[in-house]
Design a protein around this ligand. Structure first.
Ligand code: SAM
Length: 238
């Protein structure tokens, strides 16, 4: 089994257990609440009747569902992309429970293969997902496609885990982190600064985070320096 297949298998097991064990918006996991900054950014689009949102690596809809709730009574849509069939089937059932089904468009795809339509979106979010494309080259391409896919004055909110470490809590042994693109914080920041050079920066910060997760039945401490990078596409003048 190659490195990517091994990581994806671990990630699938982790996410499937998480999505089975915790209901959306239930306390006790990261599924408890949407990301505040993502929701706050919707203030930029007040009054819009046709908002087009893309959620890359949407999971079961922790952000997509509350975003879709804000689109009720409009023609707005959230295109929800995830690799996992189980995440999308739960997303569909939550979209029924929360009465937002008409605004949710689920797509099963690898972010790295998903063709982002040029000039299509007002708001693109990628929360803890871009680090799961297969390589840095693909990451560059996805960032280019995201920019190309964004309308003037559109906004991106990327939450990107860097410097990820996994340690077995009992043996204290360092494990190989189950993450496809594990970059340092400074390299990631330089890459984002480069891609968003011409964009207006809205909010950028780094926050150290810790999670206890289960790998192969063992408790593991995962630490990361998590970058939140939010930028607005400047209106073209020519
Ligand atoms: C940490 S979860 C975050 C989910 C969601 N963004 C949220 O904030 O609740 C990462 C999600 O990305 C998905 N994912 C991982 N790699 C992916 C890829 N290459 N293409 C599409 N989705 C991917 C996983 O299946 C998982 O649902």
């Amino acid at each position: 089994v190659n490195r990517i297949d091994r990581i994806r298998d671990e990630e699938r097991k982790y996410h499937e257990a998480c999505y089975d064990n915790y209901r959306l918006f239930e306390e006790g996991s990261w599924l408890h609440k949407p990301v505040k900054i993502v929701m706050d950014l919707m203030a930029y689009f007040e009054g819009r009747r046709d908002l087009s949102v893309l959620d890359l690596g949407c999971g079961v809809g922790r952000n997509s569902i509350p975003l879709a709730e804000k689109l009720q009574g409009t023609h707005g849509k959230v295109v929800c992309v995830d690799l996992l069939e189980q995440a999308l089937s739960k997303l569909i059932s939550y979209s029924r429970i929360y009465h937002v089904e008409p605004h949710i468009l689920p797509v099963q795809a690898d972010i790295g293969d998903y063709p982002i339509t040029p000039n299509e979106y007002d708001f693109i979010i990628a929360v803890s997902s871009l680090e799961h494309v297969k390589s840095k080259e693909i990451l560059h391409q996805v960032l280019r496609d995201m920019a190309e896919g964004t309308k003037d004055d559109g906004i991106h909110c990327i939450i990107f885990n860097t410097n990820v470490k996994e340690v077995d809590i009992e043996t204290k042994l360092c494990l190989e982190p189950s993450i496809e693109v594990n970059m340092t914080t400074s390299e990631s920041m330089a890459l984002l600064e480069n891609h968003y050079e011409a964009w207006e920066k809205v909010n950028i910060f780094v926050k150290p985070l810790k999670f206890e997760i289960i790998r192969d039945g063992r408790p593991v401490l995962l630490t990361t320096d998590c970058i939140t990078y939010t930028a607005k596409k400047a209106t073209r003048t020519s």
